[in-house]
Write a protein that binds this ligand. Structure first.
Ligand code: GCV
Length: 723
């Protein structure tokens, strides 16, 4: 057994207990593959027939999923029928007299929870999947299938589950022309040109996958929004899409452009205090609800990266959000107002700007507004301390926004299992109301007694055959949904489930691949931005390293702004002697981050540290930095080895693709390390620590690396080509 960073990789492999060769797969079926299980004989008597009284689109979806799933898993047709031994009886007390007669304790499950219980019914041993709503039944059906997919016993079940967060949303950053901002899995899945007349069957498959993990809303377009999305033409298309998603409990939302009253409404202003603007939003919203009665609401990116917003009229973020919220409120709609706001004019440390702008507005937002806050104060970096707004806005509904697409984490080919990152943030203790004031408790509403709760993930879905560009990126979509349902789940447990459903439950496989997935997150931190470094990415597309970049229009777009490398040392001084961003955290954290006890992982985020500073390990900062870069590469090398011996357990197609991707990851980890060291050594002037090789090329070589086209970046004119 190999150990890296305390993570065990099992090199001992037993051959899989397969009766037939592993069938080629392309990943299209995601974690809903429903391939026959090994022990069909044990499970078949426990799922013989599906009993469903009443009918509704969601109940029909549940029935269809159980039919598909059970028939596949048990390798025999399982269809609808009457109560018998082994029946799976689904429904609500309202739709099913059988369920009503059982008088099940459903009162704590809310509108989306479910109960799965083994009971006796009319003298037969059956499993009931019961809920207060049809969508709860659908969620329960997926959960029941998951039990079989992960080979759990199903003979004595008593499971009750309800989501801890009420709104669990994906934000698709899809442009209406089919490109995706920060999309690494092909083009947009939404084929707007053919809607509303043609609705690609993939929308239904996506809805099934979303529902299987409890995602209950999607916003369909890029937050840097195209105003056309609000036009009557596109709302008509959206209404057709909403009809497809509705049975799966998924509401549609739209990213709205703040200046829509001008561009679409032909008004002279979008000033939220202007009565004509208020009337315009009301009219627009009313007309949307006439066509989509359960429309979810809007996501708004305002006064951020060139987007229009209330500041253009000297109004606050709250005034901007509220005008839209007021239009939505009569219909039960929501505004997700993004806190990702930083100004091209404000010289304040970018990490402080959102807090500075939003904190004074605490209590000023309408109740149907969420302030949608990224996990960290900069921008979806491999590691960030939690955003200081969590815990600091007690009178505001805060939604956590994480990025499922891997803009800053190697994009398509790097295996980085994101639930580890998501958990780090959910479990982060803000200390806002004493110990245990975690981000999870902030966003589930329990810390401050809010009724509303939400978590949002920037989608990684595209029209690639395998949906997410890489097999392992499916785990990030899956894990996001599972954590939004229950933030207390472990990243390890989610990985086990997902691997079992997506590949095989063979312990020799799962026990080998789980540690590899868990280690992958720290690996990317190590080889890209160790010890609290951040935003060291190449310009615009963020693919590859660029720590030397210093010539972009805005200071905070330049990596040098964040690394602050100089002759003395490295890191951004955010202590009271620097930008004082530490003061935005609860006092004990502010003290920790400003002082000598700061954890290594956040060191260079908060402090400017001398090159020869003695670290906890006894090494100098310089040596420690190099060791981290090399540890990152070594971890990827171990991941490659671990995956290589998994060949017997995985079909050729998926195994080979991941094998190639891991090789790319290792090569690029090396590139990251070499380029960063080549740059930082021009300041440290220190020798490489013993046993660590210098970069094979000089800095000019790394600076010259240039990619004219990278997926996910905005269209642009590249530099002239070189021969
Ligand atoms: C949609 C980062 C990304 C942008 C993105 C922005 C945001 O800056 O690089 O592509 O824009 O975040 O979250 O609004």
């Amino acid at each position: 057994m190999l150990r890296i960073l305390g993570v065990a990789f099992f090199a001992l492999v037993t051959l899989p207990a397969l009766t037939s060769p592993v069938r080629a797969e392309d990943g299209y079926d995601l974690w809903l593959r429903y391939r026959p299980i090994e022990a069909v004989a044990q499970y078949r008597p426990l799922a013989t027939v599906i009993v469903s009284e009443g009918a509704s689109p969601s109940l029909d979806a549940a029935k269809a999923e159980l039919t598909r799933g059970l028939s596949g898993l048990l390798d025999k047709p399982v269809s609808a029928g009457a109560v018998a031994d082994g029946a799976v009886v689904i429904g609500t007390p309202l739709s099913s007299p059988l369920i009503a007669g059982l008088k099940l304790p459903l009162n704590t499950l809310g509108n989306e929870g479910y109960l799965i219980r083994s009971v006796a019914l009319n003298g037969h041993a059956v499993t009931v999947i019961a809920a207060n709503s049809d969508i709860g039944v659908l969620y329960g059906s997926f959960a029941f299938l998951r039990l079989i997919q992960t080979r759990q016993p199903i003979n004595r079940l008593d499971i009750a589950s309800a989501p801890r967060l009420k709104l669990r949303l994906l934000n698709h950053w899809d442009n209406l022309d089919g490109t995706i901002e920060r999309g690494y899995a092909g083009h947009s899945i939404f084929d707007w040109n053919k809607m509303p007349d043609y609705l690609d069957p993939r929308y239904t498959v996506m809805a099934r996958a979303d529902a299987s993990v409890g995602i209950n809303g999607i916003s369909v377009n890029n937050v840097s929004a195209d105003v056309w999305m609000l036009s009557s033409m596109y709302i008509g298309k959206l209404a057709a899409l909403a009809d497809v998603l509705r049975p799966y409990g998924i509401r549609v939302y739209v990213a709205a452009r703040f200046s829509a009253p001008i561009e679409l409404g032909k008004l002279k202003t979008a000033d939220p205090a202007d009565p004509t603007v208020q009337a315009w939003w009301k009219k627009e919203v009313d007309s949307i609800y006439r066509r989509i009665p359960d429309f979810g609401g809007f996501v708004v990116k305002a006064n951020s990266e060139g987007q229009p917003g209330p500041r253009d009229y000297d109004r606050t973020q709250a005034e901007g959000a509220n005008v839209i919220a007021d239009a939505l409120a009569p219909h039960g709609g929501i505004v997700f107002w993004r806190a990702f706001v930083y100004s091209e004019k404000d010289p304040t440390d970018r990490a402080k700007q959102a807090y500075n702008e939003f904190k004074p507005l605490d209590g000023k937002f309408r109740d149907n507004v969420f302030v949608q806050t990224k996990n960290g104060a900069i921008d979806f970096q491999p590691r960030e301390p939690a955003h200081p707004m969590f815990g600091a806005m007690p009178k505001t509904n805060l939604a956590l926004e994480v990025q499922i697409t891997k803009e800053y984490l190697g994009q398509t080919t790097h295996l980085v299992y994101l639930p580890v990152l998501f958990k780090e943030i959910l479990d982060w203790d803000t200390l806002a109301k004493g110990k245990g004031s975690t981000v999870a408790k902030v966003i589930d509403g329990s810390l401050e007694g809010h009724d509303r709760s939400a978590m949002v993930g920037v989608s990684n879905i595209g029209d690639d055959r395998n949906w997410t560009g890489a097999q392992f990126s499916q785990a990030d979509w899956y894990g996001f949904g599972r954590l939004a349902w229950d933030p207390s789940l472990s990243a390890d447990g989610i990985a086990r489930e997902w691997l079992g459903m997506t590949f095989t439950n063979d312990p020799a496989f799962v026990n080998q691949v789980v540690p590899m997935m868990i280690a992958s997150r720290e690996a990317v931190v190590d080889y890209m931005t160790p010890l609290g470094l951040h935003h060291q990415f190449a310009t615009s597309h963020h693919y590859g390293p660029g720590p030397w970049i210093d010539d972009l229009a805005r200071p905070e777009w330049n990596p040098v702004y964040y690394n602050r490398a100089d002759a003395k040392g490295l890191g951004f001084d955010r202590t009271p002697s620097g930008s004082d961003a530490t003061a935005q955290y609860a006092p004990p954290l502010a003290k920790l981050f400003s002082g000598p006890d700061i954890p290594d992982r956040y060191l260079l985020w908060f402090q400017h540290v001398a090159w020869d500073h003695k670290m906890r390990s006894g090494r100098t900062l310089w040596d420690e930095l190099v060791v981290h870069y090399d540890t990152g590469i070594a971890t990827v090398a171990e991941m490659r080895k671990a995956w290589a011996v998994m060949k017997p357990y995985v079909d050729q197609q998926r195994w080979s693709q991941e094998t190639a991707f891991l090789a790319i990851q290792e090569k690029e980890a090396q590139w990251w390390r070499d380029a960063c060291i080549a740059y930082f050594e021009t300041f440290s002037h220190m020798p490489m620590p013993a046993g660590h090789a210098p970069p094979p090329h000089d800095l000019a070589y790394y600076k010259a690396i240039y990619f004219p086209y990278v997926p996910g970046a905005a269209p642009h004119k590249p530099k002239d080509p070189v021969e």
